[in-house]
Design a protein around this ligand. Structure first.
Ligand SMILES: [Zn+2]
Length: 90
């Protein structure tokens, strides 16, 4: 999906690959970080195909920067509208 980034780098050995995903995969298996479930905190667990270390990754790191930026703009605009509304009441 375009909204998500699947690039992933091992926190231990630095190997770069792709997070496992559903659907057709064009990525070679040796570059796939296998999904291993998630932690109690909601972090996603992926297993490095190079050193077999299972590490937690924040789910937010997979969200495309454009989506994060859009969300940020919406929050800022909401604050501006809120502040203006408060100023008209004072
Ligand atoms: Zn590794």
């Amino acid at each position: 999906m375009w909204a998500f980034i699947r690039n992933i780098a091992c926190s231990k050995c630095g190997f770069r690959g792709m997070a496992e995903d559903q659907g057709p995969d064009e990525v070679p298996a040796r570059r796939i970080f296998k999904h291993q479930g998630k932690t109690a905190k909601g972090h996603l667990l992926f297993k490095c195909p190079s050193c077999n270390t299972v590490s937690p990754y924040s789910p937010f790191r997979f969200i495309h920067p454009a989506i994060k930026y859009t969300f940020f703009v919406i929050v800022v605009l909401s604050l501006v509208v809120l502040v203006k509304w408060i100023l008209t009441k004072v």
